[in-house]
Design a protein around this ligand. Structure first.
Ligand SMILES: *[C@@H]1O[C@H](CO)[C@@H](O)[C@H](O)[C@H]1NC(C)=O
Ligand SMILES: *[C@@H]1O[C@H](CO)[C@@H](O)[C@H](O)[C@H]1NC(C)=O
Ligand SMILES: *[C@@H]1O[C@H](CO)[C@@H](O)[C@H](O)[C@H]1NC(C)=O
Ligand SMILES: *[C@@H]1O[C@H](CO)[C@@H](O)[C@H](O)[C@H]1NC(C)=O
Ligand SMILES: *[C@@H]1O[C@H](CO)[C@@H](O)[C@H](O)[C@H]1NC(C)=O
Ligand SMILES: [Zn+2]
Length: 423
């Protein structure tokens, strides 16, 4: 082992050990300044999995004493912590695992949307249910937390434009095109690690129509979790800017969930937004990380794509490991103080806190208005491309309907059964 190899890790260790000192030495001025800015421009976070915790820990029973969001202490998120962190807007994730694809994904998505709506209404002194950019601004005025819905994973629409539109009407304002699995119309990031096989080579023609319909409805397109080719395809065709609701910078940590520099350039060109994920594994590419690492991601994205492209998507309550200094949602001011220490201007900090997301949201709304005379997408996914045994074939031609019967049944038995039913 050469001495240069020893020097590298040692240097890293020393930086890690120094960071609390750095923060302490500069805390007095920068923390105060951070909080002063955040009092007027609260932070909008792109991705929080508290709804998933409410399902896992309480099966969505909000009446349970332990599920009281003021007292909740088994999560990264609760009401006092949101207040301490100056959170003024939150996209709550309506996440359902890839396992539900072709099973009960739609039902579970509806249930997660329902639990988000219920927490918002149960604590009206804290939350303001929001579906428009103007609602978010109103929440800022009222010193409440704008409560928004993001659906994590295109499998939640079950390849149906009808479901996509229904979710929009229930308040979904972003949809992540894939989680960590392909849909029949878009490839996910595991294709880039060769864990999954490409199926659509990015976005399929059906996927292009999903993007078009999201532009028409006014649903923000989220490219966290998608493959590189899907990112490029969407950035090329979307008429509105997009977000990465919880992704970091690939140049700082070469993880395929992060955004590479050539895509950051497209983000700049399209006035899109990357909301940085705090998960240690995406931040430092290791199990350990601290807030200095996260600030490095923010600095890098700012350098390549501009201060208009930076935001926060902590992934709280969706991850098992978080950086030192950013352990829960009360800690955001520490990070803002670090950006100020790095000479970010007040204007740049405000962009990252809220103004970039508001800009994207307003543009998405404007594009939707411009497209309001377009007809809704109607052409369904081909029945043959749908997998699983759960679907009936109503509306499709009868011959394809036989596909819903288990393939192992000999055709004679199938015919026999049909004859029996007709008789
Ligand atoms: C967490 O909250 C529960 C009540 O919901 C309480 O019994 C428990 O003592 C609390 N734990 C801590 C560490 O505060
Ligand atoms: C949650 O607990 C707090 C503190 O005990 C209490 O004031 C509040 O009414 C409770 N909220 C709900 C919705 O049960
Ligand atoms: C971008 O989309 C246009 C069609 O809208 C297509 O002609 C072009 O090849 C695409 N470019 C890339 C780099 O995918
Ligand atoms: C990003 O795009 C804007 C125009 O939208 C431009 O002014 C800026 O220089 C670009 N690059 C960076 C790194 O900000
Ligand atoms: C911030 O700006 C000051 C004054 O221009 C400079 O001395 C300092 O090195 C800068 N700090 C960083 C972290 O770039
Ligand atoms: Zn995620």
């Amino acid at each position: 082992m050469g001495s240069s190899q020893l020097w590298g890790p040692n240097r890293v260790m020393r930086t890690w050990q120094l960071w609390p000192l750095l923060v302490f030495c500069t805390a007095a001025s920068f923390i105060d300044e951070a909080k002063k800015i955040m009092e007027n421009t609260a932070l909008i976070d792109g991705h929080n999995d508290l709804p998933w915790q409410l399902l896992k820990q309480f099966n969505n029973r909000l009446e349970l004493k332990e599920a009281n969001l003021t007292l909740l202490n088994t999560t990264h998120t609760n009401i006092p912590k949101l207040r301490e962190g100056f959170v003024g807007g939150q996209f709550w994730s309506a996440y359902v695992p890839c396992e539900t694809q072709n099973k009960d994904a739609v039902k579970r998505t509806l249930e997660q949307i329902d639990v988000i709506q219920r927490i918002c209404r149960k604590y009206p002194e804290t939350f303001k249910c929001a579906t428009k950019s103007s609602d978010v601004k109103q929440a800022f005025q009222e010193k409440k937390v704008a409560s928004l819905i993001g659906v994590e994973g295109g499998h939640s629409i079950d390849s149906s434009f009808g479901v996509l539109r229904a979710l929009y009407h229930l308040g979904m304002r972003y949809m992540t095109l894939t989680h960590s699995c392909n849909t029949p119309w878009a490839d996910n990031w595991l294709v880039d690690t060769e864990t999954d096989k490409p199926e659509s080579n990015g976005l399929s023609p059906f996927g292009q129509r999903v993007v078009k319909e999201m532009n028409r409805l006014g649903v923000i397109i989220d490219l966290a979790h998608v493959s590189l080719k899907t990112m490029q395809d969407v950035l090329n065709i979307s008429q509105a800017p997009v977000i990465f609701s919880h992704s970091s910078a690939f140049s700082i940590c070469a993880h395929r969930r992060n955004v590479p520099d050539d895509v950051l350039k497209l983000v700049n060109e399209t006035q899109s937004l990357v909301m940085v994920n705090f998960y240690n594994d995406y931040v430092s590419c290791g199990a350990q990380a601290n807030l200095i690492h996260v600030a490095d991601h923010l600095d890098h994205i700012k350098r390549i794509a501009g201060s208009g492209a930076v935001g926060f998507g902590g992934d709280y309550d969706g991850v098992t490991r978080l950086p030192e200094g950013l352990e829960d949602v009360s800690k955001y001011p520490n990070l803002i103080a670090e950006l100020l220490r790095r000479n970010w201007t007040e204007e740049e900090v405000k962009q990252a806190l809220a103004n970039n997301l508001l800009r994207v949201f307003e543009k998405v709304e404007e594009v939707s208005r411009q497209l309001s005379l377009d007809s809704p997408e109607e052409e369904p996914m081909e029945y043959q491309k749908l997998e699983g045994q759960c679907r009936t074939s109503y509306g499709y031609s009868v011959s394809t309907g036989f596909r819903s019967l288990p393939g192992i049944l000999p055709s004679t038995l199938v015919l026999g059964l049909l004859y029996f039913q007709l008789a």
